[in-house]
Design a protein around this ligand. Sequence first.
Ligand code: EPZ
Length: 417
Amino acid sequence: MEKLLIHGGIPLNGEVTVSGAKNAVIAVLPAAALVEGVCRIENVPHIKDVDIILDILKQLGAKVKFHNQVVEIDSTTINRNVATYELVRKMRASYYLWGALLGRFKSAEVATPGGCSFCARPIDQHIKGFEALGAKVTIHNGNMLAVAEQLKGSQIYLDVVSVGATINIMLAAVRAEGFTTIENAAKEPHIVDVANFLNAMGAKVKGAGTDVIRIQGVEKLHGGTYAVIPDQIEAGTLMIAAAVTRGDVIIKNIIPKHMESLTAKLIETGVTVEEGDDAIRIYSDKRPYKANVKTLPYPGFPTDLQPQMTVLLALAEGTSIVTEGVWDSRFQYVEELRHMGANIRVEGRLAIVEGVPALSGAPVNATDLRAGAALVIAGLAASGITEVYGLEHIDRGYEDFEGKLRALGAVIERVKV
Ligand code: EPZ
C-alpha cells in the first residue's frame, strides 16, 4: 500500500500542462472496437483506467500498442463479444463495451458494473436506448445480454440526462440501419469528443454538444487518427488547487470554454482568473469569499469538481451551500475534511460549509477519485503534514498528479506504507 505525504501551506507557483480527458478516452477506446481498421488515438493519459480498458480490448482480440500518449488499436481481430465479470470488474466505465460490441456484433454480453463508491448507479436509460434500437436486453448472472437481429435507428428520449447512456446509445446507433435521434442528450465536452472520434472514423453523428443528437447509421467504420481533448476535470482540479493554496499558476492545454462554470464561481470567491486561447492563469493572495454551488449536467457546474470546490469554500469567509444535483450522495469525503478542521454539515444533497480560517494536516482516506483529489488539495493548503490513503482511486484518473503538483512547488511524496 502507498500513501501521499504532503507538507502543506506552500502556494503553488508556475506552469502545468493538462493531460487528455479521462472521461473521453475511456469511451473513445471501447469505441475503437466498432472500427474494422487501425485507430491511432493521441493525447491519451497514462492512468489506471486506460490500462484496464486496453487490457480488456486485448483480451477481446484487439491488437493494442500504447507508447508516449499514443494508442494504436487494431480491432479487426476482435473475435469475442463477451466480457465477463473477471475481465471488467476493475472498472465501472467498461459499460461502454455494451454499446460498442452491440454496434459491432449486434449482440454483446458484458458484466454489469457494480455500484460505485459514492452512489448507486442505475442503467435503465442505457437499456431503454438499446431496446429502442431493436435489441432484446436481459440481465442474467450479473451480465447484460443484448441481442438484436438487426439494429434499427430509432427516436429515443432520455428520461434522465445521462452521460453514459448518451454515449452508449451513440456507439450502438452509428452502425444501426437508418436514422437515430437522442433527445435530452447529455452535452458534456467528452460527448462531443466521442462523436468527433466516431465521425473521424466514418460515422455520421450531428448535434453532439446540444440536447438533440442525430445519427445516420453506416455499414462500417474505417481506421484513422484522432487526438483526445484536454481533461476538463483535471484542469478544474488544478485551477482550484492554485486558488486554495493562494498561488499563481498558468494552466496550459485547457479549453477555457469548458471551464466557464468553474471560472465564474472562482471569480465570485475573489480569485483572479485570466483566460488565454488555450491557457488560464489563476492567482489569489487572500481568503476566498463564500459562494453557493449547485452541480448540474454540462454546462452547469460539474459534479466531478464538487469535492474540490468544497475544499475552497471550507476555507472561505462566511457560509456556503453546496448542492449536489447529479448524484444522490457525493459527500463521503466531508468526514475526512472534518478531521482536518473543516466545519461542514451534510443534509441529504446539501452541504452547509461554515468557512474556517485554516485547515490542519491529518491522516485521511480517499474513498473515490474526486474525493481523493479534494483531500490532496486540502493537504496542500493545510498547516503541517497530511497523509492521504486510498491512492488507487487517484491513480485511476489523474496522470502523474503528484509529479505535476511537485513541479508547481508542492512538497508531496508517495511513500510505501
Ligand atoms: C459519468 O458517469 C462520469 N463517469 C462521472 O465521473 C460523472 O460524475 C457523471 O458522468 C456525471 O457527469 C464517466 O464518464 C466514466 P450519468 P455516468 O449516467 O455516465 C442517473 C468521475 O469521477 N442515471 O451521467 O455513470 C444517475 O444515477 C466519474 O470521473 C439514471 O438514472 O453518469 C445519475 O444521478 C464519477 N439512469 C445521473 O443519471 C441511467 O441509466 C447522471 O449519471 C443512467 C444514469
